[in-house]
Design a protein around this ligand. Structure first.
Ligand code: 5GP
Length: 227
């Protein structure tokens, strides 16, 4: 009766540093076959434990700039320490055409560029329960210099001002709960009236006729109730 759009939707997940976006996104992908994660390109160095083609496609700044010239990105931005990050256009478009919903784990600048191109994009902001918790998590990670830690912390603070540009905010105090909240958001979004392409209903006359022909149907003539 209701035909909904078959093309997939873009879901943007942004959030403050150490909000646990990565873990939440991995869990969402694991549990939902219809969800795919877009792998970004970046000119930043690979960190220990990161895998090429799984976490990012690592390229040099020159290679990244060639891709910009070729119009290979849906969006790109210089995010941290002047390093480029970008979403590959072809991969995302192909997945959407196949009907997959695609998660982009990108920053606030990229989120705005995508929203302008695809107004139906669902924008979700993930937050740590508090900034003191962010501080604790950054220190516990212990991979960066003091200067980098302070920079990261400042960026996290500034990003909080961008929350009004998002559709949903999810506090990640517990991964399981955060994942459930996002699944609920995605389910509700599927039911939006503007996702309907066509509504078709069976012919009213035919159904009434079928009622009247049904031998079990009480065929007492209708009496109009008087007020
Ligand atoms: P990290 O270097 O810690 O992996 O990521 C730094 C920031 O870059 C994160 O906020 C992440 O969301 C953002 N980011 C990752 N990929 C992209 C991308 O393709 N485009 C944009 N605009 N931001 C990205």
């Amino acid at each position: 009766m209701i035909k909904q759009k078959t093309s997939g939707q873009i879901i943007i997940i942004s959030g403050t540093t150490c909000a646990g976006k990565g873990t939440v996104v991995q869990e969402l992908i694991k549990r939902n076959d219809n969800l795919k994660l877009s792998i970004s390109y970046t000119s930043r160095e690979k960190r220990d434990g990161e895998i090429k083609g799984k976490d990012y496609y690592f390229v040099t700044s020159d290679e990244f700039e060639k891709k910009i010239e070729n119009n290979d990105f849906l969006e790109y931005a210089k995010v941290q320490y002047g390093k480029y990050y970008g979403t590959p256009k072809k991969e995302v478009n192909d997945l959407l055409k196949q009907g997959y919903d695609v998660i982009l784990e990108i920053d606030v600048q990229g989120a705005q560029q995508i929203k302008e191109m695809f107004p139906e994009t669902i924008l979700i902001f993930i937050m740590a329960p508090s900034m003191s918790e962010v501080k604790r998590r950054i220190k516990a990670r212990g991979k960066e210099s003091n200067q980098q830690i302070i920079e990261r912390f400042k960026v996290a603070y500034n990003e909080l001002n961008e929350i009004p540009k998002y559709n949903y905010v999810v506090v990640n105090d517990e991964v399981e709960k955060a994942v459930q909240k996002i699944e609920a958001i995605l389910l509700s979004e599927k039911c939006r009236v503007d996702r309907i392409e066509e509504i078709s209903v069976e012919n009213q006359e035919e159904i009434i006729h079928e009622f009247l022909m049904d031998k079990d149907f009480d065929n007492t003539p209708f009496v109009l109730e008087e007020n």
